[in-house]
Design a protein around this ligand. Structure first.
Ligand SMILES: NC(=O)c1ccc[n+]([C@@H]2O[C@H](COP(=O)([O-])OP(=O)(O)OC[C@H]3O[C@@H](n4cnc5c(N)ncnc54)[C@H](O)[C@@H]3O)[C@@H](O)[C@H]2O)c1
Length: 368
């Protein structure tokens, strides 16, 4: 195979963006050869490309080697299973699915087909700032992470955004709000950087800033096996918002904000210094290092290029499909905690989450 023939399923905001990237040849060795959308009006956007109203027809058409699934979340897993069964490579938009239960089943199905590449569109993994933070943490030079605080409230969305599509911000259409949609990226990065916590306690406000039934304001507390803990705060209603990530490690403090990454490196790890100093109020000497102008990387195009390289050259995937499970599990755990008032243990009891989500869906006033 010299080029990957890609079919895009779902030509809304995101699917159209991906299609344009391909038509503008921003992804070498990948060609858009088919599209599918249940709304036939969308087919005219890309004349000359084979079009289908039914995703399964595209999957069986023989026109594609791989599919990119960019439909609303609840439909991701059914389409992905069908594409895997048809022997295709599969790239699924985030969130992998709306529920950890379906995400786990999909990851298991993908694992049974190691010759087919399967990945998730976790495009923020291409961002050089987050990659640099990960490299710093994984280098081991900073020692253990003790505390993390991420306030990510710059996901502001207007009422018009929520009104733009009937599935948005409904239990029945989406299964969650800011956590599952916007913050899925940040929760993926959270577990990519720090691993999965053992316990989650979350407070969610549902429709605090918008006339929606799902959460648009969240404060969560996460606990890790080694005693580290974290807070995660997000909202789609605050303006101006902020994206500030603070990571306290034994070896120093990392702060990322306003496209600036600052490492405040301790000359001596903080606990060691505390144990050994005779000074009552002394603290370790600190050396600062700053990174600016790293840019934000290739994002979606970066994931598409990596997916192409995985298929054609066996390159390692930046965001393998199985990696999409953890962030969905975190979202489900936060919602479960908010609904029950409980501190939720991970791995998540997915059936319990699904039962309560089912009740929300049954009571949903806003049907898609
Ligand atoms: N990675 C990112 O940065 C990013 C950004 C935005 C959206 N997304 C994800 O992309 C997905 C789609 O979001 P969107 O904003 O483009 O939604 P959208 O509503 O704008 O588009 C969805 C499209 O899918 C079509 N569709 C629905 N069900 C279908 C089916 N069964 N078969 C074929 N077509 C179907 C609809 O007609 C519509 O054209 C969501 O899961 C969302 O989370 C990811």
């Amino acid at each position: 195979m010299k080029n990957v023939r890609l079919g895009i399923i779902g030509l809304g905001l995101m699917g159209q963006g991906h299609a344009r990237s391909l038509i503008e040849r921003r992804v070498p060795r990948m060609r858009l050869t088919a599209i599918a959308d249940t709304d036939p009006a969308r087919h005219q956007l890309f004349p000359g490309v084979a079009a289908h109203t039914d995703a399964s027809k595209l999957i069986r058409s023989g026109e594609v080697d791989a599919v990119l699934i960019a439909t609303p979340h609840f439909s991701h897993s059914g389409i992905a299973h069908a594409a895997l069964r048809a022997g295709l490579h599969v790239l699924v938009e985030k969130p992998l699915t709306a529920q950890a239960s379906t995400a786990r089943r999909l990851a298991a199905a993908a694992a049974r087909r190691p010759d087919q590449m399967s990945a998730v569109m976790l495009n923020q993994r291409t961002d050089p700032f987050y990659r640099r933070i990960r490299a710093l943490l994984h280098s081991g030079r900073l020692g253990a992470v003790r505390r993390v605080q991420w306030t990510i409230t710059n996901w502001f969305r207007s009422a018009a955004y929520y009104d733009s599509n009937s599935w948005r911000a409904t239990w029945s259409g989406e299964g969650g709000g800011v956590l599952l949609n916007q913050c899925l990226h940040n929760l993926d990065l959270f577990q990519w950087l720090f691993g999965q916590p053992t316990h989650v306690r979350a407070h969610c406000n549902f429709g605090r800033y918008h006339d929606i039934e799902v959460e648009d304001d969240v404060t969560a507390y996460l606990e890790y096996p080694d005693g580290a803990h974290a807070t995660f705060i997000t909202s789609t209603g605050e303006a101006p918002g902020v994206n500030r990530l603070e990571i306290t490690t034994e070896g120093g403090l990392i702060i990322y904000e306003n496209d600036t990454l600052l490492l405040r490196r301790n000359a001596v790890p903080m606990s060691e210094f505390s144990r050994n100093t005779a000074g009552l109020f002394s603290a370790p000497r600190v050396t600062d290092r700053t990174w600016r102008n790293l840019g934000h990387g290739l994002q979606h195009v970066g994931i598409l290029r990596n997916f192409t390289a995985a298929i054609l050259d066996d390159a390692p995937l930046l965001a393998p499909l199985a990696d999409g499970v953890a962030s969905v599990e975190l979202v489900n755990a936060m919602l479960l905690s908010a609904w029950t008032g409980e501190r939720v243990t991970l791995p998540l009891d997915a059936r319990r989450h699904d039962r309560l989500l089912g009740e929300k869906i049954a009571g949903s006033l806003l049907k898609p």
